[in-house]
Structures are given as structure tokens and as C-alpha cells.
Design a protein around this ligand. Structure first.
Ligand code: ADP
Ligand code: MG
Ligand code: MG
Ligand code: MG
Length: 409
């Protein structure tokens, strides 16, 4: 394992660490349990439970970045991604506090942040794989994208503070990962991880046909250019269903949806967040189709429009508060929303296809039996081709778009 210039947390070291951080010591007086739960690819995550000064239950989560990828220590990765996540949580928390985990502490020297314990939530992807329906989640995420996008864009912020925030949140290392994994490697035969045969011989031909189609490659290249240049707002940057926690309403608590793991946040195209979300709902729908679960299939195909409608409603509701209303006319708003929709289409295709091509497949497809998995993979690629290239898709309302996607599953 590479040498690390700062102390790495362990289950044993967490209690002393918490006592050394005043913001955390004040929150949790008596620690009863520490668990390492990181199931992600990148970082260490500890859930800490105990009691506060009044003996009431208390908890928090610590997330530490290492100078390499947790799942692959031979892949170096700057730990400053932890700073990016802390910045995004601070900004997004000020705009959409109920839709992200609360940030309790950020320790820049050891690349640790402390956030609200969401152990009473589930990761949405896992809930989807189990066939659960969380009816409010998609709309909540649409509101999250709208509030954070408007509030960090030049519509919602005056020019100078907007540019200062943009400059303070550049995130080159993580942007480069997205550029590679979504927009480059899948279309580069011989790139690391580009191995259609490894995805199964019953899927390999469909993958090769898709990733070598010149029209697909050009459309993906255009989406990559948009990702690299359209600095519209401080977006989440990795809003797949594994970056969302959901909790249904109970007698004790309200329904809750939270976007977490925002270490990829940067000033990018707002449509990218919506598109990544749509892609993962499409993957979940492909799972239902493969399993013959028509009720869940219908529900899942309706969720992208639920997210989109909540996004546009919320964005329109914020619009009267824009900076410089004289020049930012209704026509500018409509042009922006249309651009977001088109960016979302292309981002959705890029994200869904890369999960089929590999090398970072998702549980939605991987846990299917072999023949169904290949069938679902081929169906997803057909849907991606439609989203990316069909002239009808570029104009269709989002509801219609995902009806047409459903025809291909
Ligand atoms: P990574 O960047 O390594 O993907 P994540 O932030 O996605 O790390 O966290 C990895 C896992 O840790 C999540 O999938 C979830 O199971 C758990 N986790 C993360 N944050 C919290 C939290 N605030 N409360 C409870 N569990 C969490
Ligand atoms: Mg994660
Ligand atoms: Mg992450
Ligand atoms: Mg069908």
C-alpha cells in the first residue's frame, strides 16, 4: 500500500479522533459503536453511534479520502476530493438543507468530513434492486437539482460572487475520471476496462456495434465537450441512484430523500445531473423488464419525468428572484431549460451505456441471471441509441421520451 502523509482512520482510532475535534466531541459524548461501512469504490466511511450529553441517541458519519482508490490502491487519486465534497455540501446545504446530509465538520489536513448519520435511510439503488418504490424520491431530486443549480448559477448569484465560487470549486481530478469513464474509455478500444468480451459473449457483439458506431461516438464526443465546457452551476456530478438515500414516511419521521457523496461536484452542465439520474432509473427499469415485473417497470419509467417536472417547476418558481431580470427574459429561461433537457438526454445515454460496457457495472443488471442480464444490456444500449440519435427524442416531452425508452426494454 502506498505511503500516506497523514493518519488514516481505523475503527479503533475513531473515538480519539472524535474527542480531538470540538465540533464532534460536543455532538457525541459517549461512543457505543463504530462501524466501517464504505461500500463505495473510493473512500473510507465510518458510522459512529452513541449518546449525547443528555443521554439521547447520537450519531455521525466520518468519511476519509485516501491518496488512492479504496477498491484499487494501485490507482492514485488526490485526497483533495474530500475538500470538494465538503465545499459542495456547504453550498448545497445552504440552498437545499433538507435534501443533503448536514455537514458537521471538515478536517482539511486529514481529509475527513463528518456528516449526519443517515442509517435510517437506504441507498436508493439497493431499494430499487429489492423492488421497493419510493414515490417522492425522484421529485425531491428534481427540486434538489433546481435549487442548487439556480442558486449557484449566474441567474441566482451576482456576477462576482458567482465567478469566485466557480473558481473555488474547480475539481480537475474528479472531472477527469468522469471524462474517462463516461465519455472516453467505452469508445476507445484497448483502453483499460474496455473489454466487451469480459461482459459476456452474449452481449459483446451488441457492445462492440454500439461503441464503434460513428454516429454514437460523435454524439458522445459532443456530450463530453458539453461536460467539459458548460460551467452553468455547481452540480453534484455523480447523481446516480447509489448517491441517493431514501427513507419512507413513518409514524415517527417524514419521508426523506438525500443526495450524498458529492465529491465529483464542479461547475458543469445542469443537465448532467438529471441525465445521470435518468440513466440509473433506466437501468432499474431494464431490470424490471428483464424480470417481467410490469408494475415496477411502469413505475420506474415514470420517474424521470417526475424528476424533470419537479426540476422545471422549482426552477420556474425561483426565476422571479433572478439577478438582472431585464435581460434574463422568459425566452432565456425557456432556452436554458431546453438546453438542460438536451444535455440530460446525452448524459443519460453516456451513463447508461457505460454501465453496460463496464468496467463499473451496477447491481441492477449484475444481479440478474445470465440470459436476462445480456438481454437487459442489449435493451439498454437500444434505449441509449434512441436517446442519443433519434430526432424525435430531441424534441419529445420527457414523459413521451421514457414511453419510447420502455418500447425498447
Ligand atoms: P464513496 O465516495 O466511497 O462512494 P459514499 O459517500 O458513497 O462513499 O459512502 C459509501 C457508503 O457508506 C454509502 O453507500 C452508504 O452505504 C454509507 N454512507 C455514506 N454516507 C452515509 C451517511 N451519511 N449515513 C449512513 N451511511 C452512509
Ligand atoms: Mg459513493
Ligand atoms: Mg464517491
Ligand atoms: Mg416493451
Amino acid at each position: 500500500m502506498p505511503d500516506i502523509a497523514y493518519d488514516v482512520l481505523t475503527v479503533e482510532a475513531v473515538p480519539d479522533y472524535i474527542r480531538s475535534r470540538p465540533a464532534l466531541a460536543a455532538r457525541i459524548e459517549q461512543i457505543t459503536d463504530v462501524r466501517e461501512v464504505g461500500d463505495g469504490n473510493l473512500n473510507l466511511v465510518f458510522v459512529v453511534s452513541g449518546k449525547d450529553g443528555t443521554s439521547a441517541p447520537a450519531g455521525l458519519v466520518l468519511k476519509q479520502s485516501l491518496p488512492y482508490v479504496r477498491a484499487d490502491p494501485s490507482w492514485p487519486m488526490a485526497p483533495e476530493r474530500n475538500h470538494a465534497e465538503a465545499r459542495a455540501l456547504r453550498v448545497h446545504g445552504s440552498l437545499a438543507a433538507d435534501l443533503v446530509p448536514a455537514l458537521y465538520d471538515a478536517d482539511p489536513d486529514r481529509f475527513v468530513l463528518a456528516v449526519e448519520d443517515l442509517s435510517d435511510h437506504r441507498v436508493w439503488r439497493a431499494a430499487l434492486v429489492d423492488g421497493e418504490r419510493h414515490d417522492e424520491a425522484a421529485a425531491a431530486l428534481g427540486r434538489y437539482v433546481a435549487r442548487t443549480a439556480f442558486g449557484t448559477s449566474a441567474f441566482g448569484l451576482a456576477s462576482e460572487p458567482q465567478k469566485r465560487l466557480l473558481a473555488a470549486t474547480v475539481n480537475p481530478a474528479l472531472c477527469q475520471i468522469t471524462e474517462l469513464l463516461l465519455f472516453t474509455a467505452p469508445y476507445t478500444p484497448g483502453a483499460p476496462g474496455h473489454d466487451p468480451v469480459a461482459r459476456g459473449t452474449d452481449l459483446a457483439a451488441a457492445i462492440t456495434a454500439y461503441v464503434t458506431d460513428p454516429d454514437v461516438v460523435t454524439a458522445i464526443g459532443a456530450a463530453k465537450w458539453a461536460f467539459m465546457t458548460r460551467a452553468e452551476a455547481l452540480i453534484h456530478g455523480d447523481l446516480h441512484t447509489g448517491s441517493v438515500m431514501v427513507r419512507p414516511a413513518t409514524a415517527k419521521a417524514e419521508e426523506s430523500t438525500r443526495a450524498f457523496d458529492s465529491e465529483f461536484a464542479f461547475y458543469g452542465p445542469v443537465g448532467f445531473d438529471l441525465g445521470v439520474l435518468w440513466a440509473n432509473l433506466l437501468l432499474a427499469a431494464a431490470r424490471s423488464a428483464a424480470l417481467g415485473d410490469t408494475d415496477n417497470l411502469r413505475w420506474r419509467l415514470a420517474q424521470p419525468a417526475a424528476a424533470w417536472n419537479a426540476f422545471t417547476e422549482t426552477f420556474r418558481a425561483l426565476w422571479p428572484g433572478r439577478v438582472a431580470p431585464a435581460t434574463f427574459t422568459e425566452g432565456v429561461l425557456e432556452g436554458f431549460l431546453d438546453q438542460v433537457r438536451r444535455d440530460a438526454l446525452a448524459a443519460a445515454a453516456a451513463e447508461a451505456a457505460r454501465r453496460v460496457v463496464g468496467p463499473y457495472p451496477v447491481a441492477d443488471l449484475e444481479t440478474l441471471p445470465r440470459p436476462e442480464r445480456a438481454q437487459a444490456g442489449r435493451a439498454v444500449l437500444a434505449a441509449c441509441r434512441y436517446l442519443l440519435l433519434d430526432p424525435g427524442a430531441a424534441r419529445a416531452p420527457v414523459e413521451t421520451l421514457f414511453d419510447r425508452v420502455g418500447d425498447r426494454l
